[in-house]
Ligand binder design. Sequence first.
Ligand code: T1G
Length: 700
Amino acid sequence: MSFIRTEDRDGVRVITLDNPPVNSLSFALSGELVPIVEAADKDDGVKAVVFIGANGIFSAGADVNDFSTEPTPETRTIRDVIAAVERSNKIYVAAIQKNALGGGLELSLACDYRVATADTKVGLPEIKLGLLPGAGGTQRLPRLIGAQDALDMMLKGKNVKAADAKEKGILDEVVESADGLLDAALKLAKNTEKRRISRRKVELGKGITAQAAPFIVSQAHKMVPAEDAGGFAAHKLIDAVEAAFELPFEFGIAREARLFEELARSAPSFALRHVFFAERELAKIPGLGDAKPLEVKKAGVIGAGTMGTGIAITFAQAGIPVAVIDSNADAVEKARQTVFGMFMYQVQKGRMTQEEAWKLGQSIHFTDDYNELADADVVIEAVFESMDVKKQVFEKLDGIVKPEGILASNTSTLDIDEMASVTKRRDKFVGLHFFVPANIMPLLEIVRGKDTSAQTLATAFKLGKTLRKTAVLSTNAFGFIGNRMVFDYAKAAGALAEEGISPMRIDRVAKTFGFPMGPFAMGDLSGIDVAWHIAKARPDVAKGRTDVIDRLVEMKRLGQKTMAGYFRYDKSVGKGREPIADPEIEALFADEAKKHGIAPREVSDDEILQRLVFALINRGAYLLEEGVALRPGDIDIVYIFGYGFPPHHGGPMWYADEVGVKHVYDKVVEFGWEPAPLLKSIAEKNGTFAALKQGELINA
Ligand code: T1G
């Protein structure tokens, strides 16, 4: 299969990259491209070369799949293509459309000129894969835009819009649309001035003396997380940029290549590449086939509380007009203020103009008239977490919303099928579980009821993408995926506290592992009363948990919202959000432990971490064999995007493979927990979760 096409246009060789869907620069494509570049160089009839992409994109960069294969001496990579360009004396132009990312941008940086369409985004996002730009980016970008801007762009891995890229000097020209792209590139190809970046001195940035440069770049090491706390790739990326200052170009390229290889073989990078692909697997649902999603042109939200308002803002920001229904005038007023405040904040941050904010605000319409939802394509209820209340809402909606309209519940723990049962459209009923704040948190659990149709599911996933959410499928089981796992995680934390380990120490161990906050701080944030309600509703799930939560609720210590929960909070400390250890709570745990005959014991940090994380893994294994979660990678995505599991550990199920499923199983047995049969069977085979094929598990 050929990945490259060439065409000569008046002495200019136009080389088209064609590797759908994103023209990834695979080993195979590079192998084909190197001799083509070398042939152009030797051809006296060729005055210049233009690189352009097919499939509506320039290139998404090197093929991420290739990093897990060991190249042979014959393998050609994007580095070899760039080296061939570097050796050539012709003029090279990159004609960029939509994206030039990673190796795609690095290929264009080896050219003399770069022109792009206005909708283009360029970037070096390798850090998100636990890598660094390994095809000259760490050496060329600092020479093009100064080390400070280059470091900022590479360490954040953020894509840059065409206009900003031109402003920075990355692009020479921006054209309105793809129609004029090739002509603009052919014009630039007529230039005779060679502008190879590799021959330039590195500048730090505008007006900062070169002498200060190496020192300032070395300070960057202090601005990134420690190597074992997710900063592994960042420090090596900074080392590569330091080499740009201290070594001749070719030596810097060699240094970059070594650092890249170290990262490509590192556990954090394997984990992050797993996350990259697991996220793109989510919407591949067996049995969905070619179900055609409905177009969502209008939405409705029932309930103008925190969740309802956040969901409404999410729709507005995705360009979908939304009607918010609430009979409580105060709630509506509060919601209006929240929406107004939200959009004004975006204006203050320069993320949108006043007029854009006004238009967005207008696309959210508050009313108490259900009839306004008659033509809604999807209506989401976000009312009080009571089955009776929700059933009343859905009975009413069923009689008003057009027959093809989808009804959804934002419930976090209640039974989707029971709600659907009061409607005549069980096939069009689905759970859409957003995470608070709904307009910020990326995770969305799409809950499939027993009668939910393939079309409804396909519509839900398309809607998730439109809302820019990371949507994961769950079947209709208590707590779905994330919350079901967090109950076990919280229970494990409580058990440790009853053995005399302070909540502050338990939280510190979790944060050292990479969680943004520990289990007790998280409990205080989400509210002790929330956990209490759930424990009361589902004693089977809460089984084994002692009465500490009951005692806290009696003491009206509900968490951050009452300035006291597992920890105390003080407005003068961290704006009232900084957990402060409270001996009264440690005494409470000791008291409960005594009542239940639990003796205090010495526990290592390792065991604390194992009991927290292995509780997640064991529950995840149950969810897989029960068919609640579709794939191990889905569980990883839920826990990374919804609960802050450190992505450089790949998610709970990936982490189990990293530490060894047998080791996890042995520890689960040692802790006296009931091991999931799937965990046991994988352990006995010395297998991995990653090796599970969908067919082995899925009750599709
Ligand atoms: N390699 C392999 N497959 C890729 C890929 C890549 N770089 N990028 C995308 N895909 C696949 C993806 O798995 C999915 O496959 C399909 O393309 C559509 O992707 C040497 C070392 C370009 C903005 O990190 O940011 O260059 O599910 O769903 O939403 O220094 O893809 O269809 O089978 O995301 O329209 C650096 C990663 C690589 C860019 C398009 N580059 N890609 O978004 O589609 S490392 C990146 C993206 C590198 C050099 C280094 C996005 C996109 P499938 P999608 P999208």
